[in-house]
Design a protein around this ligand. Structure first.
Ligand code: TLP
Length: 345
């Protein structure tokens, strides 16, 4: 359902508003003090998600950043390094949280699309014995945000994770958009997350809930994660109110396929007009990235013309515009983008 404001906001899938069903569930939610483990709605959600993902336990968190930070804090000791792609959210978009909160830094793998080959992981993990910091964690991002919601090939994820575990590393998946990866791959969620010790996903992105993410893993890992969540000030008391909306969002996850179809149509139509700006074949989930270098006008001009037409979008990295689809933009909003592009040509 489009925003009642008439604005089509493609800046992110974080911008969605709760549906009527979410608001009704929030109003009716049974609550308790979650710091005492007494919120029945949070407890039910954590149990359901752990079972769905084939792990032992789960921890509801205020945000994806908090879930990633807790995971890093639980897997590492100060001075350790985390292997991830150089464009990873955990490295670039969490305001230095890993180093500020836990004294951890990153050993990065160059990657245009979130992929890390076995050879690249081996190379990154090599040489730790005498001189280099200990590496204790391998962190994937699936889907990978800044490359345009790309899905990490499952065999690569499995093989790299198996190697990492064989040399004693923990394995975490930043699955902020896990359900987009699951929808695009057609694999059971349990299979997608099986290679990892911990995984987080967000209710507040493609699933469309107003607030909340969840960290999932073994019971002892989640026990320690709960302690770290408290340290970060992340205990949320009567959080059943937001967990209820998250549950409605999770139950409605089949809708994500519509977002993928809208993104695919937008990418195909933009690629028809500006073949060097966007790679339609690469669009498998709910994002379309458009390179300024392939457009006939500066990105800022396109963004401003879209804004004049009530369509919001933004740069995700310098020179790259990102369009995210979600439950508050529809096929008509895709047409609005294309009409602006046509009016400028
Ligand atoms: N991503 C946001 C911005 O921070 C860039 C967005 O608009 O895409 N992991 C990944 C892969 C993410 O994309 C995000 C948010 C997070 C973690 C953090 O989630 P929140 O915003 O809930 O802290």
């Amino acid at each position: 359902m489009p925003f009642t404001s008439g604005i089509a906001d493609f800046r992110s899938d974080t911008v969605t508003h709760p549906t009527e069903a979410m608001r009704a569930a929030m109003a009716a939610a049974e609550v308790g003090d979650d710091v005492y483990g007494e919120d029945p709605t949070v407890n039910a959600l954590e149990e359901e998600v752990a079972e769905l993902l084939g792990k032992e336990a789960a921890l509801f968190t205020a945000s994806g950043t908090m879930a990633n930070q807790i995971a890093i804090g639980t897997h590492t000791e100060p001075g350790d390094e985390v292997i991830c792609v150089e464009s990873a959210h955990v490295r670039n978009y969490e305001h230095g949280g890993a180093s500020a909160n836990f004294g951890v830094s990153f050993r990065t793998v160059p990657s245009p699309n979130g992929e890390m080959s076995l050879a690249a992981i081996r190379k990154a993990a090599a040489g730790v014995d005498y001189h280099l910091p200990r590496v204790s964690l391998l962190a994937w991002e699936n889907t990978h945000n800044v490359s345009g919601g790309t899905v990490v090939p499952q065999e690569m994820l499995r093989e790299g994770s198996e190697y990492a575990r064989s040399i004693g590393l923990g394995v975490h998946i930043d699955g902020a958009r896990l359900w987009n990866a699951v929808t695009a791959s057609g694999l059971p969620v349990e299979t997608v997350v099986a290679p990892a010790d911990s995984v987080m996903f967000c209710f507040s992105k493609g699933l469309g809930a107003p607030v909340g993410s969840i960290l999932v893993g073994a019971a002892d890992f989640i026990g320690e994660a709960r302690r770290i969540r408290a340290r970060l000030g992340g205990g949320m008391r009567q959080a059943g109110v937001i967990a209820a909306a998250a549950k409605v969002a999770l139950d409605g996850r089949a809708r994500i396929a519509d977002d993928h179809e809208n993104a695919r149509r937008l990418a195909t139509a933009l690629a028809d007009r500006f073949p060097a700006a966007t790679d339609a074949a690469a669009v498998k989930t709910n994002m379309v990235v458009v390179a300024e270098s392939g457009l006939p006008w500066p990105a800022e001009q396109f963004i401003a013309a879209l804004a004049d037409a009530g369509v919001r979008t933004a740069l995700i990295t310098p020179g790259v515009i990102r369009f995210c689809t979600h439950h508050n933009v529809d096929a008509g909003d895709v047409d609005r983008v294309l009409a602006v592009a046509d009016s400028l040509v």
